[in-house]
Design a protein around this ligand. Sequence first.
Ligand SMILES: Cc1ncc(COP(=O)(O)O)c(C=O)c1O
Length: 385
Amino acid sequence: MTAFGHALRALWSLGDGIFLNHGSFGACPLEVVHAQDALRAEMEAQPDVFFRDKIMPRENGSQLRTAAEALAEFVGADTLAFAENATSGVQAILNNFPLTQGDAILLTNHTYNALRLMAEACCAASGAQVRTVNIPLDASDDTIVAAFKAALAPEVKLAIVDHITSPTALMMPLERIIALLKAQGVRVLVDGAHAVGQVPLNLAQLGADWYVSNAHKWLYAPRATAFLYAAPGTRAMTKPHVVSHFIGLGFPRSFDYLGTRDYTPWLAMPAVLAFFAKLGPEALWRHERAVIAEATAHLAQIGVLPVNPHSAPAMRAFLLPQGRTAQAEDAAQLMRDLWRAARIQVAAMVLGEKLLLRVSAQAYVDADDLAALANALAQHGWPGR
Ligand SMILES: Cc1ncc(COP(=O)(O)O)c(C=O)c1O
């Protein structure tokens, strides 16, 4: 498959309009939707047999485990556990992380808001504290590493480090940050929510203690498909937040049965990987880089520049210059206005009193879409311009 852009839109069931926000909730291709539909039909036809044969076998040969191991191989891990989403994967880790009064967890000012709230709740319960590493929007890799270095202290026990940040689409210099933190005995949990499917992964080599990613974003899995990798040394302390029949089996098997629920998104993983392989990751990533370059060129013509040249390959954030500081409602209003006026879905957010626009490239995005975005912005403006 080589023709990307609008020629591929029919592989998804996207409705009218221009979709430039794959990064927030993903979009599942029809082929994968149909594979999951077939699994659901099977489940509804013979519910007992389905659960007993595919999900509940305690030996490693369950269909669910086979699906997890296929994903593990794809990300260069010896094994991993499925999770519903990045949020619940991180929750499972934080619930069991031993924090006491005076300990600290490091986050950054780019950390995803739900995870900040989660870390704050976890610290409130144990008397620990959250510390924020401040990373300027236009920081270089050296500046980012130096900011983490400056935040090191004996009380820091855990750091949650993004692979690709949500509001700013920055690629963190992950290997350098992990080496720095681990040398000081700090455990590292990588929030790779945007990584799998957008960048190649080799988790065994990376060296993080935990790595969480959403397969329902850039890998095109059905929603509620994420994974949690735990390095061998942290497996004993990595437990699901739901205690159910498999709890005694240890990581990762303890995550394989969390009570009666819909496991079909996870069972669809072989279809997900087959679709991704058919699309061709190298060609897909080339197309996505070209889309981001196109977006950058179109937006530059109206004075809208990237927040940082080190953005992720398929996602880039841009700064919308305003005549005043950005207000929380500006982002929501801009997204509403672009949808109503031009049928464009794109992410906008406010960070550090600045209004940011985040463009997601994808297989189905074409050069016309980026021209339309720049035209709509030029014509309708944005709050505070
Ligand atoms: C960096 C980052 N972390 C975590 C999440 C949470 O993902 P989910 O809502 O699937 O749990 C997101 C969602 O967009 C994200 O961008």
